[in-house]
Design a protein around this ligand. Structure first.
Ligand code: SF4
Ligand code: SF4
Length: 368
């Protein structure tokens, strides 16, 4: 008898198909974009049940369909079962059956050979900030691949705000993209390599919501424990601010902003308050969007979706931009370089999109 990765989730799959409540439809970004039930969590559960019962064989069509999920976790927030975890397991089953997504295979190779999903990269960021980098520092800034190689203003802003810190000299992806596209064994190898590189630090600060969730939630789920304390930059900065080591001037006074909760920081790790505390500390007036905190709409980029269907990713991002515009805010702030990237692609020309670190860099003064 065949065994599958999704066998572990049979109970959840059957419970869903029996209840068929459909709460998961409402803000599933892929459903909102495609309009078909088979892209929702319920639809996926029905497909997986048919697969388990031998009524639907593995196929390239199924692999393509399951690749269209941002792993945003909205369905989990209304349903109490970790749906993206189940979908990732099914992506693995389909891959084991020989059905893969060529673009995801390429990304996997990039991570394997060049330690970054973006492939070749330059390390000039480290040399530009050499004056601040201290290889004996107990504090590591783990920039993550997107801020380090694609959205450098975010990494630069963070490095301006930090006291002296260390930066890994060479790229070392956390493996999030592998974990979320069905390459869990490869993700595990990557995770082990990173853990051995960071274990000497006391504190690791990330600017990427995806890296933060991967290090603090997914590594333990894979059975890996990390010795250093790992903080998202907003958590670290709130601690510095409350401890009196960081002063924030009211650069935002009179400016209305709205805040997009990155899925991996919000739903993924339940951190909703730290970014809002920082925005208010800088004097900004925060106006909430219709979907916010655990009900926030996804930006559209995650789960490997942007790499295989950029137009769908930006279509989803435009829905979020429309919500943001309806608040009347003059700035959309978020706390993840990957969200920034996709929301800017989706309509940043009409409403400026910034990462919170870029605002902090304008406002921060470090106390000695
Ligand atoms: S995934 Fe959850 S919310 Fe959606 S139909 Fe199934 S049980 Fe209901
Ligand atoms: S994780 Fe997000 S994109 Fe995927 S099915 Fe659930 S709500 Fe839809």
């Amino acid at each position: 008898m065949n065994t599958y990765h999704i066998d572990a989730y049979k109970g959840d799959i059957y419970t869903c198909v029996r209840s068929r409540c459909g709460f998961c439809f409402h803000a599933c970004p892929v459903f909102l974009s495609k309009g078909f039930e088979t892209y929702t969590s319920r639809g996926k559960c029905m497909i997986m049940k048919a697969f388990l019962e031998g009524k639907l064989p593995a196929s390239q069509g199924l692999a393509d369909r399951f690749a269209l999920c941002t792993t945003c976790g909205y369905c989990t927030s209304v349903c109490d079962v970790d749906r993206p975890e189940i979908f990732n397991a099914f992506r693995e089953d389909l891959r084991d059956a020989g059905y893969t997504i060529p673009r995801h295979d390429e990304i996997k190779e990039n991570v394997e050979k060049q330690h970054s999903p973006y492939g070749s990269h330059d390390e000039s960021l480290a040399s530009r900030f050499a004056w601040k980098i201290d290889h004996d520092s107990p504090l590591l800034y783990y920039a993550g691949c997107t801020a380090r190689y694609r959205e450098r203003t975010i990494a630069e802003a963070m490095m301006m705000v930090l006291p002296s810190f260390d930066l890994l000299e060479e790229a070392m992806c956390c493996g999030s993209v592998l974990y979320r596209t069905g390459y869990r064994d490869d993700a595990m190898r990557q995770a082990r390599a990173l853990v051995s590189r960071i274990e000497r630090y006391s504190t690791v600060v990330t600017t990427c919501a995806g890296c933060y969730k991967t290090l603090t939630r997914d590594y333990p789920a894979m059975g890996l424990q990390i010795r250093p304390e790992v903080l998202h930059c907003t958590q670290y900065l709130v601690r510095e601010y409350k401890g009196g080591r960081l002063t924030l001037s009211p650069v935002g006074k009179g400016t209305k902003v709205t805040y997009h909760d990155p899925c991996h920081l919000g739903r993924g790790t339940c951190e909703y308050d730290a970014p809002r505390i920082l925005l208010e500390a800088m004097g900004y007036e925060v106006i909430e969007m219709e979907h916010t905190r655990e009900m926030a709409l996804c930006c559209g980029a995650g789960g490997g979706l942007k790499s295989i269907d950029d137009s769908m990713a930006t279509r989803i991002g435009s829905m979020r931009m429309e919500e943001a515009k309806r608040t009347g805010a003059s700035l959309l702030v978020t706390a993840c370089p990957f969200c920034v990237r996709n929301l800017r692609d989706a309509g940043g020309g009409e409403l400026d999109v910034v990462d919170i670190t870029e605002l902090i860099a304008q406002s921060a003064r470090r106390e000695k």
